[in-house]
Design a protein around this ligand. Structure first.
Ligand code: 2AM
Ligand code: CA
Ligand code: CA
Ligand code: CA
Length: 259
């Protein structure tokens, strides 16, 4: 994509997200219709659905030939990463949305032939939008972000998934112990924003493509490392235990995982 097309795409996706945010805020005090999916902690609400429908409609108008992978199923059946692929998580942190009406995000990303082009993560209640990509840079609202500070695990806070810590998957308790402390925010988008801003040295969770699609592009652009928990490259369409961290913390965590 040339610079003009990148700028135009960023501008239009930002406008969708601002409109989507207004739609969510207008309904924030309404009674939600909540349904469970795979388990009692895996929720979907009428707003996850209407928000995905809204974003998918916008993408179809803007980029009619592209494929769309949406968590709640309003997109297409995407079986490979050929061509233009948009990935949408309409509400990330649905449990937080339902129980707290806070600490949730919206995420959109664009991949072309498997390469990350643009990622967008919006912290809805905080009104923070992080966006950009390798040929654009990363911005927080209107301010360009600089390269991440390369802290070690022992010198920072680590964001973890609750179930992973409870079951001590991949030696998670030792990872938490080695850090200055663990945080469990419950939204991949909010956790990834914290890593991008340097508030956390890393984040580890079982994730789906719509959970890491945007964050991966932003993270790699500012020099953070994102792989599977055993250090392998992430596929665009795979579901994996994901490790996002500064280069140093990434190395420290892999050493503990492989013990
Ligand atoms: P979601 O709210 O969009 O489903 C903590 O739950 C984080 O893990 C959230 O970002 C959540 O995204 C994601 N997640 C992925 N798979 C999940 C599952 N089966 N149940 C709950 N959360 C899941
Ligand atoms: Ca979900
Ligand atoms: Ca999600
Ligand atoms: Ca979601």
């Amino acid at each position: 994509m040339d610079n003009d097309e990148l700028s135009r795409t960023v501008k239009v996706v930002r406008s969708w997200l601002m409109e989507a945010r207004d739609n969510v805020l207008r309904q924030i005090d309404s009674r939600l219709k909540v349904a469970t999916k795979s388990s009692r902690s895996d929720l979907v609400t009428n707003i996850d659905r209407s928000n995905e429908q809204f974003i998918v409609n916008k993408i179809r108008e803007f980029d009619s030939k592209a494929k769309i992978l949406g968590e709640e199923g309003f997109g297409d059946q995407v079986t490979n990463s050929d061509g233009r692929v948009w990935i949408v998580d309409p509400i990330d942190g649905t449990m937080n949305f339902v129980k707290q009406r806070n600490h949730f995000a919206m995420m959109i990303s664009l991949y072309i032939n498997g390469d990350g082009v643009l990622g967008f993560i919006m912290d809805v209640m905080n009104n923070e939008l992080l966006y950009g990509g390798p040929d654009f840079g990363v911005f927080l609202n209107s301010n360009q972000m600089t390269k991440a500070n390369n802290l070690k695990l022992k010198d920072g806070l680590i964001g973890l998934s609750g179930p992973m810590v409870i079951h001590n998957d991949f030696n998670m308790q030792e990872i938490a112990n080695t850090s200055l402390g663990m945080r469990v925010y419950g939204s991949a988008g909010i956790d990834m924003i914290a890593v991008l801003k340097g508030e956390l040295v890393g984040y580890i969770s079982y994730l789906k493509p719509w959970d890491f699609g945007a964050g991966r592009i932003l993270a790699e652009t500012i020099g953070l490392k994102i792989t599977t928990i055993d250090g392998h490259q992430l596929g665009v369409l795979s579901s994996e235990p994901v490790l996002l961290a500064t280069e140093n913390a990434h190395h420290d965590i892999l050493t503990i995982v492989k013990k």
